[in-house]
Design a protein around this ligand. Structure first.
Ligand code: DGJ
Length: 697
């Protein structure tokens, strides 16, 4: 419930309260575990330790309109030819309720120019989550925005906060980092024009004592796939404030008369239940409020690691035949099917079917796949072009570049300026042709293998808008394609996991978290990923990645499958080389996955044990109705002196009775959770899938 009383806005959610003052400069009063909103008067006293600190309370501003004064990160900075000073005055507010969402909108008006800002709080009380954003509307002279953030949030003053966030690189995404927040500022960001592998726009803060099961955790995610920035600041007065939004780096945006701009959404939340509860809240929120549809994720086969660019009709048919025989539901042809795409050096941008590889076009292959009882999916990378392509030869002016300079290449490609109307139209046209002519394509993997560089269209006035326009145009294209082809599902991929965020996930059904498909490496990548993103969107393939030529480090099939079954199972191995007995093993695991995937994809996830702390890695999933439980446990290396790893299930009803598969005894939830289970694991790269059923509550 949202109320406004005695100059205080109070947002009461299921287990938390969020309180700030009204007036021209709303200031955070409190955010955390639930309290009585009417007892907060004592927190609203003005702090004036010295005349050298003119307005300390502004260190806790809900949104920093830059008016000439700011000690911390500001949120909005606007320039006119005659002034850079904003003078925003509070006008009014509205509260609306729609379904399970309440929306509070505060409206501010600049006193010198007709510029209006609306601070928007979309509240999901059941999740203890607020979506923050700002909409700016200009009814006057052209204004140049130089800094545009979504929101600022403050958390209770404390000295020893720890920031948890995900860092990474190509093939090593979603690494969990903990950073002690001392006084000063700490920033995570992307300047690569996409979400980026180096940091993900997601964070959690606790006072250094929270763990998986307990402790206060404040968390947030920025839904944005362009250049972004999240800054954590702690002042010497112990104010702790987090500001997030579009990166100010090389950014400016011209807002003309009659135009509006809305910032990306910054989702923030609180839990007293530690990191585990944070993740479960986010998973459920994403499934209910972010993802475009709720559908059971299909088991897919992807050709990339088997064939690389050497795709051809016969080879794909052979893979498809085998994929169907093991129970795959969706066959996806990856890179290499179009133009003169025989390697990453040529053909990108030429979106016609390569006739030498597919003499009967794609239709023959699609029909074959459909005939085998599978759906068909296809890979595209529409934002990029190889210099060696017909598209580039025809339209060298379509790529970002400074003047006549040769743009930087990565993976032998340039980036298209998709915000040019003709480029956007080209992408919409070829995608519409591809999906329109092949109605049986029901899945698109949309890749992007180059960070944005040379971001210029030769107009210095507008160049600094291009980063923003790229991300916005991408969303527009995806929204339009989803509208035109509602039966098609989309996967977001960017050289692995460089485009995973709540912005693109409003259009995507799933994402590809990493090009690293080694089952052991994946355990850590998936653990980081699961902190902020649901298993339902995490594709994981069983591949040959861990099979060295000398087979020294081969992971067993069981280990590879168990690792990939913890999300959206896919197969990426070269199954054309497989013997019948290997295919039988694959078929068996896929059948097992289909039986429990509802629990993994839509259940509650508990991280029981982490490789960061022990050689035992274990993750549990409890179905939405609590009836089905599945635990995946992994043990890495055998030691003579080590005790057999034991796991302690979580999230069971203490008084309910459960049956562990393979055990004679029926046990109460309390027994299982307190006394634990033996796993019987002892070998190198050993793993178990333990299934438990609730017999009665
Ligand atoms: C990078 C992706 O992450 C891979 O899965 C694959 O699709 C290649 N690109 C294809 O070029």
């Amino acid at each position: 419930m949202i109320t406004y009383h005695n100059n205080l806005f109070v947002i009461e959610m299921k287990n938390s309260s969020y309180v700030f003052t009204g007036g021209d400069t709303p200031v955070s009063v409190y955010w955390g575990g639930k309290l009585h909103g009417d007892e907060l008067g004592y927190l609203v006293r003005k702090r004036e330790p010295s005349s050298f600190d003119p307005d300390l309370d502004r260190n806790r501003e809900e949104y920093g309109f830059w008016d000439s004064y700011s000690v911390l990160e500001s949120c909005l900075k606007v320039s006119y030819p005659s002034t850079r000073q904003l003078n925003m005055r509070f006008q009014d507010y509205t509260i609306q309720t729609e379904g399970d969402r309440e929306t509070l909108t505060l409206r501010f008006q600049n006193s010198d120019t007709p510029l209006t800002a609306e601070l928007i709080y979309e509240v999901y009380p059941a999740f203890d989550i607020i979506e923050r954003s700002m909409r700016l509307t200009n009814e006057g002279d052209t204004a140049v925005i130089e800094n545009l953030k979504s929101a600022a949030v403050s958390i209770p003053p404390q000295a020893n906060y720890r920031v948890r966030y995900l860092s990474g690189k190509w093939a090593g995404e979603s690494h969990i980092d903990d950073h002690e927040l001392t006084s000063g500022a700490f920033t995570i960001q992307s300047r690569t024009g996409n979400t980026g592998p180096h940091f993900n726009p997601a964070f959690a803060l606790d006072n250094g004592t929270a763990d998986e099961k307990s402790g206060n955790v404040w968390f947030g995610l920025l839904g944005y796939s362009g250049n972004w920035q999240i800054t954590f600041e702690r002042t010497t007065f112990q104010d702790v404030r987090i500001t997030g939004g579009i990166s100010s780096f090389d950014f400016s945006y011209t807002l003309r008369k009659g135009e509006s701009i809305r910032t990306p959404v910054m989702t923030v939340g609180f839990t007293a239940g530690g990191y585990g509860a944070m993740s479960r809240t986010l998973h459920a929120y994403e499934i209910r409020h972010i993802l475009p549809v709720r559908k059971t994720g299909r088991v897919l086969y992807n050709s990339w690691e088997a064939t690389s660019f050497a795709v051809c009709a016969d080879g794909q048919k052979e893979l498809a035949r085998r994929a169907a025989s093991i129970g795959v539901e969706l066959f996806v042809i990856d890179d290499g099917w179009f133009g003169q795409r025989h390697s990453d050096r040529a053909g990108l941008g030429d979106w016609y079917v390569n006739q030498e590889k597919f003499p009967n076009g794609l239709a023959g292959l699609i029909e074959y796949v459909r005939h085998l009882g599978m759906d068909f999916g296809i890979w595209v990378e529409p934002e990029s072009v190889n210099p060696d392509s017909d598209l580039y030869r025809r339209h060298p002016d379509w790529v970002y570049r400074f003047g006549n300079r040769e743009p930087m290449q990565a993976r032998n490609q340039y980036t298209l300026n998709i915000s040019k109307p003709e480029v956007k139209q080209f992408i919409l046209d070829f995608m519409t042709k591809l999906l329109g002519e092949n109605q049986d394509i029901t899945f698109v993997k949309w890749d992007m293998n180059k960070t944005l560089t040379d971001v210029s269209a030769g107009d210095t006035g507008k160049d600094k808008e291009l980063w923003y326009r790229h991300a916005e145009t991408l969303y527009e294209i995806w929204a339009e394609l989803r509208r035109r082809f509602p039966h098609v599902e989309f996967e977001t991929c960017s050289g692995g996991g460089s485009r995973v965020d709540l912005g693109i996930l409003r259009y995507a059904d799933q994402c590809w978290p990493s090009d690293n498909t080694d089952a052991y490496s994946r355990l850590s990548i998936q653990e980081g990923f699961s902190h902020f993103y649901a298993p339902r969107i995490m594709t994981a393939w069983v591949t040959d990645a861990s099979v060295g030529d000398d087979k020294k480090y081969e992971r067993p099939y069981s280990y590879r499958f168990h690792s990939a079954m913890m999300g959206m199972l896919g197969i990426g191995a070269d199954i054309s080389r497989f013997k019948e007995k290997d295919l039988e093993v694959f078929a068996d695991y896929i059948a097992q996955y289909k039986e429990m995937r509802q629990t993994v994809q839509y259940g509650r996830q508990y991280r029981l044990s982490s490789l960061r702390k022990s050689p035992l890695h274990a993750v549990e999933y409890v179905s939405e109705d609590g009836q089905d439980i599945v635990i995946f446990a992994f043990h890495q290396g055998f030691c003579y002196d080590a005790a057999e790893p034991r796991i302690y299930p979580d999230g069971l009803q203490p008084e309910a009775v459960y049956q562990v598969e393979g055990m004679e005894e029926r046990l109460h939830g309390s027994t299982l959770m307190n006394a634990g289970l033996e796993t019987g694991m002892c070998g190198d790269f050993d793993s178990r899938m333990i299934r438990i059923k609730r017999i009665h509550s």
